[in-house]
Design a protein around this ligand. Structure first.
Ligand code: S3P
Length: 441
């Protein structure tokens, strides 16, 4: 199949109900935690994207069996000391920073050496943010320049650590928390707030955890060793995947969408807070709580008058995966928007801050940049003519989907390459775009 699409006109008005697939962060955590539970866990609505399928393959290689049933996955956990791999096992994390960093935490007690590899994008990313704290547990980790491949030989004599996680990285925090369940004693993490799905899972599973919040810092105490029983879980819809449809609807004319069963955990809804400050009026309906995670249906209507924002940095972590599309709203808003301290965006699957600035300039948007801060000069009449090609974005799934949203919102004739990249997080993306009436060829 060809790996590009062409788009030639703006999206026509639509009024639809959709459901997006399961949350990626929660899907990966549910697979990894099921691999550590004692007995058979049952996970429904698991996201079947490459990052999650790679998570299943990785635990399988470490001796954990799983079966795909009609409506769910069954994973046969072997307990916290159960990984059972051959000498010099190689595992492949593909594109997934979450998988690679979290599995390292689970491997602190591995009896035989494991080497983690990944694709080109993942092999460019920094692993010191997890290898440094994990070494403090007494485990043996080797890498060149803090990049993949990373090899780990676990220790039988782990000791608990105290660590200050300053980046606001949920991957780093979660990796340490997973190591802590294998380690005798209480590990203390002082963590800048970030998504808290691991904490919620731990509470559900009865893993000893205490959390004290002080301003934007969480003090998390996890006590191990702690085995836990298998569980049943229904993965809620992904707010990050939903966001492409939220922004597309806001920028379309006379359109409306209802997105059902989405995870609206406070630590993930930075985009909603930011867009509502920009006059978007996004509403949550049927709010409910499932095993500690908040869920709702999200209703969005097109918005004729969007206004600029001086975006408070306190939203950065909760909107970290959504800035690419938030910038599209800023490009169409009245006034100049300001976003600060976005250095972490350049640590993602591609250097997203650099890519976003180049992209916006390419479509004629005025962007001023100084280091990790940007100003976007909005133009409520933004509408494109002419031809545009999007390629060389390191196969970053979110850059690809952002470009599709921009093409359908602003017009112009587009050729977008590397469209298979959406399979990393959101294989149904183009199916849902078609459902909104877009003719893809
Ligand atoms: C994730 C955490 C975030 C996010 C990533 C998923 C997670 O990364 O960008 O897509 O599931 O923990 P960081 O921890 O690097 O901020």
């Amino acid at each position: 199949m060809k790996n590009y699409i062409t788009l030639k006109k703006k999206i026509s008005p639509f009024n639809k109900k959709i459901e997006v697939s399961g949350d990626k962060s929660i899907s990966i955590r549910s697979v990894l935690l099921a691999s550590q539970a004692i007995g058979k866990s049952k996970i429904t609505n698991l996201l079947e994207s490459e990052d999650v399928l790679n998570s299943l393959k990785v635990v399988k290689k470490l001796g954990v069996n799983f079966k795909k049933k009609k409506s769910h996955y069954e994973i046969e956990g072997l307990g916290i000391s159960g990984f059972n791999n051959n000498k010099n096992t190689k595992i492949y994390a593909g594109n997934s920073g979450t998988l690679a960093r979290l599995i390292l935490g689970l491997l602190v007690n591995t009896k035989k050496k494991v080497t983690i590899t990944g694709d080109k994008s993942l092999s460019n990313r920094d692993f010191s943010r997890v290898t440094e704290p994990l070494k403090m547990f007494g485990t043996n980790i080797k890498s060149k320049n803090n990049k993949l491949p990373v090899s780990i030989s676990g220790s039988e004599f782990l000791r608990p650590i105290e660590y200050y996680e300053k980046l606001g990285s949920a991957q780093c925090k979660s990796s340490i928390m997973l190591a802590a369940i294998k380690t005798p004693g209480t590990t203390i993490i002082k963590a800048k707030q970030s998504r808290n799905h691991t904490e919620i899972f731990f509470k559900n599973l009865g893993i000893p955890i205490k959390i004290n919040r002080k301003k934007n810092i969480d003090i998390i105490r996890v006590t191990g060793p702690s085995n836990f029983k298998s569980f049943e879980y229904f993965v809620p819809g992904d707010i990050s995947s939903s966001s492409f449809f939220i922004v597309l609807t806001l920028l379309a004319s006379k359109s409306e969408i209802l997105i059902k069963n989405v995870n609206i955990n406070e630590s993930r809804i930075g985009i909603i807070k930011i867009l509502n400050k920009m006059n978007a009026n996004i509403n949550f309906l049927n709010k409910r709580v499932y095993k500690g995670e908040k869920i709702a249906d999200i209703k969005i209507k097109s918005c004729k008058y969007l206004k600029s924002i001086n975006c408070p940095s306190k939203y950065n972590s909760a909107a970290i995966d959504e800035f690419l599309i938030i910038f599209l709203i800023a490009a169409k808003a009245k006034g100049t928007s300001v976003f600060k301290n976005l250095g972490e965006l350049n640590e993602k699957e591609s250097p997203r801050l650099n890519i976003a600035v180049n992209f916006l300039r390419k479509i004629g948007v005025v962007v001023k940049r100084s280091r990790d801060n940007i100003k976007i000069v909005g133009n409520p009449n933004l509408s494109l003519n002419g031809k545009f090609v999007m390629k060389n974005f390191m196969g970053d799934h979110r850059v690809c989907m952002m470009t599709v949203v921009a093409a359908l919102s602003f017009g112009g004739e587009w050729k977008i390459y590397d469209i298979n990249s959406v399979n990393t997080s959101f294989p149904d993306f183009f199916k849902l775009i078609r459902k909104l009436g877009v003719n893809l060829n």
